[in-house]
Design a protein. Structure first.
Length: 333
């Protein structure tokens, strides 16, 4: 049934397990929502797998932060060790300078996590701020207009021009207050919020360097968190695979990578593993039921096999702190 609708997954071609999972969940979600989809219905897939993340862009010149929120079903996270070390260090210094300017919180173990690849290290890299050039900062733009209008108003003007500039200045000052308030309270600005300032912004935007940081919204973390490691990478015309081991433990604390309130801890329930290369690889899975790990490889099923250190997609289940003791299982270490 699924293959009939998604023929690219049929036959004997090489497939991507992460892409397949995303497509399967999307199909299940669509079927539950019905046709045409009802926007008021949140499917079981959404309720179980969907989380919310926040992107924070901070202007390095004025320190104003702009927040946007989006939904995600599974995270795609780069393998931390795949980053080229020397150029990464240069980038790091730039990022560190920008962070100091913007006073952004940083995972305290970032350096050591980066050097020792683990799921936590990969997540630290994923949520670590990057620098973007040419960001159009609304606050800096309005500051430029405020200075320009104040200068013009100090000169000789006829009454109607003076009135026009004074009105503009009131609008600009209101805009500065609004943007400051949204930045301080971490509130995303809506289109209605920024609409009165669109003409200033379109006519003469002020571009600055900015830091961009992604974090999970703690209280909106999903019931089941899927983390796919970006092991396949396009370099020019070639796709290469990164086989580096990535360490992981039975539990995962998402607090260091989350904002906005308490973030849950997770317990590993299953791992998808890709062995081999791009020309001919093989997928296996290791899943936990109670305290027993079971390895699945086509028709071969073996109990008591723990997942190895080359995971591709990891499936974590949120720990219900009150019931934690009932579902305890031995640690992987
Ligand atoms: Zn700015």
């Amino acid at each position: 049934m699924f293959i009939k609708k998604h023929r690219r997954f049929g036959g004997f071609r090489q497939q991507d397990a992460n892409e397949f999972t995303a497509c399967l969940l999307d199909q299940l979600s669509q079927e539950e929502a019905g046709r045409p989809p009802r926007p008021d219905v949140r499917s079981v897939v959404d309720r179980v797998f969907q989380g919310r993340q926040q992107t924070c862009v901070t202007c390095t010149a004025c320190g104003t932060s702009y927040y946007t929120e989006s939904l995600f079903t599974g995270l795609n996270v780069p393998v931390a060790s795949s980053l080229p070390h020397d150029s990464e260090r240069v980038t790091d210094q730039k990022v560190m300078d920008a962070i100091q300017t913007a006073k952004l919180p940083v995972h305290q173990d970032y350096e050591s996590l980066h050097l020792c690849p683990s799921i936590e290290g990969c997540l630290a890299r994923h949520t670590f701020p990057d620098v973007a050039q040419g960001f159009k900062c609304l606050y800096c733009t309005l500051m430029w207009y405020q200075a320009a209008l104040t200068k013009k108003l100090s000169g000789e003007l006829d009454e109607s021009t003076k009135k026009e500039y004074q009105d503009h200045l009131v609008t600009v000052k209101e805009g500065l207050e609004l943007v400051s308030e949204a930045s301080a309270s971490r509130r995303p600005l809506s289109d209605e919020d920024t609409e009165p300032y669109d003409t200033y912004f379109t006519r003469r935007p002020v571009r600055q360097a900015a830091t961009v940081r992604v974090a999970l919204v703690g209280p909106a973390a999903p019931q089941v968190l899927m983390i796919a490691l970006t092991r396949f990478k396009q370099t020019g015309v070639k796709v290469v695979k990164n086989n580096d081991p990535v360490g992981f433990r039975e539990t995962l604390d998402m607090a260091p990578f989350s904002i906005g309130g308490p973030a849950p801890r997770y317990r590993l329930r299953g791992v998808t593993i890709h062995s081999g290369g791009l020309g001919g690889g093989h997928y296996t899975a290791v899943c936990r039921a109670g305290a027993t790990w079971t390895h699945y490889s086509d028709s071969s099923v073996r109990s008591g096999v723990k997942p190895d250190v080359q995971p591709y997609v990891l499936f974590y289940e949120r720990i219900d702190e009150e019931k934690e003791d009932l579902d305890e299982s031995p640690d992987l270490e």
